[in-house]
Ligand binder design. Structure first.
Ligand code: FMN
Length: 154
């Protein structure tokens, strides 16, 4: 059975986008079969994308101690259309921050918990630089979600 994976992210200066690309690379590994990928900027994504997805990966910078405004806008736009319809689906988070990141993590987690998605991995947090180690973790994250939903194991 085909499964759908949504990567939704926001990035102002490019770091979170670099992470999102690695997540996508991991999820589109040729060994991963039967998974359709959609990678969208938060501003371009909406409730139909989230309802379509069997798994969700969210990427955001931390801005002013919170998720980015565009990610909050996305979650506000999808919340009531998706509430009660996507419960139990697996999700995970990646964050880029200058020196903290905890506000972005807790703010996304609080809202996504309200949608009753199931966190399947601890967030990846890139502080300042997006290092090759972080990008390797992002790739692994993408592959884990894709393999997991394809196998029905997540
Ligand atoms: C308006 C603004 C507010 C920010 N606020 C925070 C913050 O509260 N905590 C933090 O650790 N970094 C903060 N940063 C730094 C960004 O999180 C960091 O530069 C991040 O890597 C940017 O990701 P991007 O390149 O995907 O846009 C802020 C940056 C901007 C532009």
């Amino acid at each position: 059975m085909r499964r759908n994976l949504l990567i939704v992210y926001h990035s102002q200066s490019g770091r979170t986008e670099t992470m999102a690309r690695s997540v996508r690379d991991g999820a589109s590994d040729p060994l991963v079969e039967h998974v359709e990928l959609r990678m969208l900027r938060a501003a371009a994504a909406g409730p139909d994308d989230l309802l379509w997805a069997h798994g969700l990966l969210i990427g955001t910078p931390e801005n002013f101690g919170y998720m980015s405004g565009m990610m909050k806008d996305f979650l506000e736009r999808v919340f009531y259309d998706c509430e009660g319809k996507i419960e139990g689906r697996p999700w995970a988070l990646f964050v880029s921050a200058g020196q903290d990141g905890s506000g972005a993590i807790t703010s996304v987690e609080r809202i996504v918990t309200g949608l009753r998605l199931r966190k399947v991995r601890e967030p990846i947090l890139a502080l300042r630089e997006v290092t090759p180690e972080i990008l390797a973790q992002c790739e692994e994250l993408g592959a884990t979600l894709a393999v997991g939903i394809a196998a029905g194991a997540l």
